[in-house]
Design a protein around this ligand. Structure first.
Ligand code: SAM
Length: 282
């Protein structure tokens, strides 16, 4: 919804909203999957909107991409093969390539229009897609994952919210296929929505991950441009490792030198949950 030259992202049934001034509309289109819009804002820079929901901004994309990628990657011994489901802007792929030893990153994004606009309006995120270790697939992650067993060391589910083509990326069945696609010792991370605005949704997603993996580790990160500013992620681990006690501190310190948000202390602190979330997860 817009009001004059202000963009308004409503949530909680119009009870609340996130809003910012639109200085310029850079792109507006409709793919077979969603409305795609790129707008310019003097504070956030370029902003990608999918079905009028904020997806990524120049200003604060690193919070999300750092935490979706580096937390699982340092919980895996020697990750070489990585899969990103969704993530058509390229930010998650860029972060994966910061890990020495990565040989192959597959990006499985359903909507080619997202990749095309990211290449034009978010070069800092999408330039990495031309790296020779990257394979870009325009495909449905729900289908792709069923065709790849025991292939990946780390899988990051970098999806839109559980609506439209992404609904199937939050089910126990899907997480079961993700587990099958991981090698033993592999780790999945997924964005799991806002624990302050939609706690019941977060609890449900975590339950689905636990049903598939036998474990699910929720962790938090502030994301200024998302509703409420507080976001959650979760790990599913195909091992009996603990993501806080057993992560590779050396690799964490090395990659942290290239990050604006992630570091070993943030890694550990992210898994500390406030009482209202702990109680809801019981
Ligand atoms: N990485 C961004 C961020 O900072 O939050 C936002 C996420 S990214 C833009 C979400 C992507 O998931 C979208 O490009 C959308 O097209 C893609 N997607 C949704 N459902 C999908 C599916 N079933 N398979 C593959 N990609 C999907």
């Amino acid at each position: 919804m817009n009001k004059g030259d202000w963009f308004i992202e409503e949530f909680q049934g119009q009870a609340g909203a996130l809003s910012f001034k639109v200085d310029e509309v850079l792109f507006e289109g409709e793919s077979p999957y969603q409305k795609v819009k790129i707008v310019k804002n003097s504070f956030f820079g370029n902003v990608m909107l999918l079905d009028d929901l904020v997806m990524v901004t120049d200003k604060d994309e690193f919070f999300y991409h750092d935490m979706l990628v580096h937390v699982p990657m340092v919980c895996v011994d020697n990750p070489e093969n990585v899969l990103i489901i969704g993530g058509g802007d390229g930010g998650s792929v860029r972060e994966v390539l910061k890990h020495q030893g990565v040989k192959r990153v597959v990006l499985c994004e359903i909507d080619k229009m997202v990749i095309d606009v990211a290449r034009k309006y978010f070069p800092d995120l999408s330039n990495c897609l031309d790296d020779k270790r990257v394979e870009v697939m325009v495909a449905d992650g729900i289908k792709y994952i069923k065709e790849h067993k025991n292939e990946f060391d780390c899988i990051c589910v970098d999806s839109t919210d559980p609506i439209g083509p992404a609904v199937g990326l939050f089910t126990p069945e899907f997480y079961g296929y993700v587990k099958d696609a991981l090698r033993v010792g592999g780790v999945m991370s997924a964005q799991t929505e806002s624990p302050s605005w939609t706690l019941e949704r977060v609890v449900g997603i975590r339950k689905n991950i636990e049903a598939a993996f036998g474990n699910a580790y929720l962790y938090l990160c502030p994301i200024p441009c998302y509703p409420s500013g507080l976001w959650s992620f979760a790990l599913g681990m195909k091992s009996d490792k603990d993501p806080v006690k057993d992560f590779n501190i050396e690799r964490s310190q090395i990659v942290a030198k290239q990050c604006k948000y992630y570091n070993p202390e943030i890694h550990k602190a992210a898994f500390c949950l406030p009482n209202f979330i702990r109680d809801a997860l019981k």
